[in-house]
Design a protein around this ligand. Sequence first.
Ligand SMILES: Cc1cc2nc3c(=O)[nH]c(=O)nc-3n(C[C@H](O)[C@H](O)[C@H](O)COP(=O)(O)OP(=O)(O)OC[C@H]3O[C@@H](n4cnc5c(N)ncnc54)[C@H](O)[C@@H]3O)c2cc1C
Length: 377
Amino acid sequence: MMIKILGGGPAGLYAAYCIRRQLPDADVTVYEQNDAHTTFGFGVVFSDQALEFLGAGDSETLPLITAGLERWSDIELRLQGQRIRIDGVGFTAIARLRLLEILRQRALSAGAKLIDSHVVRDLAELDDADLVIGADGVNSLVRKTHEAEFGTEITLLNNRFAWFGATRPFDYLTQTFKQLAQGSFNAHHYRYTPTMSTFLVEVDARTFERVGFERMTEDQSRAYCEDVFAEELEGARLVTNKSLWRRFPVIRNRRWSVRNRVLVGDALRTAHFSIGSGTRLALEDVQALAHALANHPRSVQDALAQFEAQRRPVVDKLAGAATRSATWYDNFAEHLKLPAWEFAMHYIGRSGRVDTERLRAMSPRFVAGYEAWREAA
Ligand SMILES: Cc1cc2nc3c(=O)[nH]c(=O)nc-3n(C[C@H](O)[C@H](O)[C@H](O)COP(=O)(O)OP(=O)(O)OC[C@H]3O[C@@H](n4cnc5c(N)ncnc54)[C@H](O)[C@@H]3O)c2cc1C
């Protein structure tokens, strides 16, 4: 079977590895527009157990990734001059480039071919394949080429975000919220190596306009945000890597495949970065796809049908939680009117996945602090 994969991000590279392992006779090629040392963004987080699924049926990749992870067990919220710790919410993080390097090596070791620095502009180039996998991210050419048949729906969130790095580590996965004269600001910041952190800045639409970010260069935006978050940065610098202001696209598709073309990862559906699950979903997608292909080596159509039937319920559930979390962030300026502890309780319940009893078991110190504040209020 000849399989062509468009996109050498986490989904495309891991797809190549999983498929070659399950179908050693398959001819698998990945096409990537960037070179092997270039990507967007900085570090990515995974919730505590998010990567455990990798261990099932692939005992080799998981230890390679976990060896380089930064870990912590608390979230810290900074707002209104207070620091509120939510204990027991474990997260890990890794540099996106490091993750891609590991997945590249896995794909090559399994016998996949990687063609870098090659932009595919027309799917006709991939037409001789038995299966084309669209692992080409939010602006997917595979999806756009068949938009009506996939039944694509894209909704842009209102907030604007820019993904910076910071030249210092932070002790926790930290969320800083600021209400200033010029507007409402949020930063998601956490270390992904012992010396570097992701520093993702989010603002509401009114703040974006009032500050004039649209007219600023990348470096002017960086300097402005460095000023806004000077207290948190404590003298460290923000750094850029294609750190342009964007609106997050919530992408959904009514159908996951059209004839011999299938979507995976962000091309198929996005999950807002506030729940740290987009990469994990992408990896899970392709693990499931490889499994379905191994079950139906003679019928791509049957394999694609099995892939969608098995995977859709899981994806829909997590995507729903991600959308609720994204909607909460879209209204964070409004939530900032709440007292800090109430805001924190609202924050931890935002995706609808944590009920009171679960929270009490997971974060006893946080719940005790909240109850003490309620009694005193
Ligand atoms: C600001 C931000 C923060 C995030 N933080 C996290 C996080 O903390 N944790 C997490 O799990 N997820 C996070 N995500 C989500 C995560 O980045 C994605 O879910 C993940 O990268 C999806 O992997 P993918 O392989 O499907 O797509 P991508 O990583 O986008 O990879 C697609 C690849 O296809 C290539 N490509 C596209 N078109 C072509 C073409 N025509 N020709 C050749 N190559 C092409 C691109 O260059 C790219 O390398 C974040 C996303 C954003 C925007």
